[in-house]
Design a protein around this ligand. Structure first.
Ligand code: AMP
Length: 113
């Protein structure tokens, strides 16, 4: 698979690792739009949020749990942060491998990015 996030998950391409366990991996976004911009991915390939199935419930729960854990570690929880999932073209999803954006460290002027 030529998908860049698949290559990252399978360690064929390097990234700036933040967190990893048996289900998810988190790393710094290569082109951050806020002082903290971390991506959280499942290790199981899911192309978009539209492709999730009941069998993915545990993975999705882990993604959210890990996101909140990282936010605490980065001390983002005091002032707050934003979690974004872009889905398909109208959601402006660029990479078709499900991922969440953890954005923090600035006062956003836009509601969404
Ligand atoms: P999305 O529009 O939700 O698909 O977001 C894709 C994100 O992946 C963008 O914020 C990119 O900056 C980020 N990105 C693309 N390639 C890499 C990479 N090799 N390592 C880290 N982040 C990446």
């Amino acid at each position: 698979m030529s998908n860049i996030f698949h290559k990252i998950v399978t360690k064929k391409v390097q990234m700036d690792l933040i967190y990893e366990d048996d289900m998810v991996i988190a790393f710094n976004d290569i082109n951050p739009i806020s002082s903290t911009h971390i991506l959280i991915l499942p290790k199981t390939f899911i192309a978009t949020l539209d492709d999730i199935q009941e069998k993915h419930e545990k993975i999705l729960g882990r993604m959210l749990f890990v996101t909140a854990k990282i936010a605490k570690q980065k001390h983002l929880n005091r002032d707050g942060y934003r979690v974004v999932i872009n889905c398909k073209q109208h959601g402006r999803q660029e990479i078709f491998y499900l991922h969440m954006h953890l954005l923090g460290g600035r006062k956003g002027t836009k509601k969404f990015y």
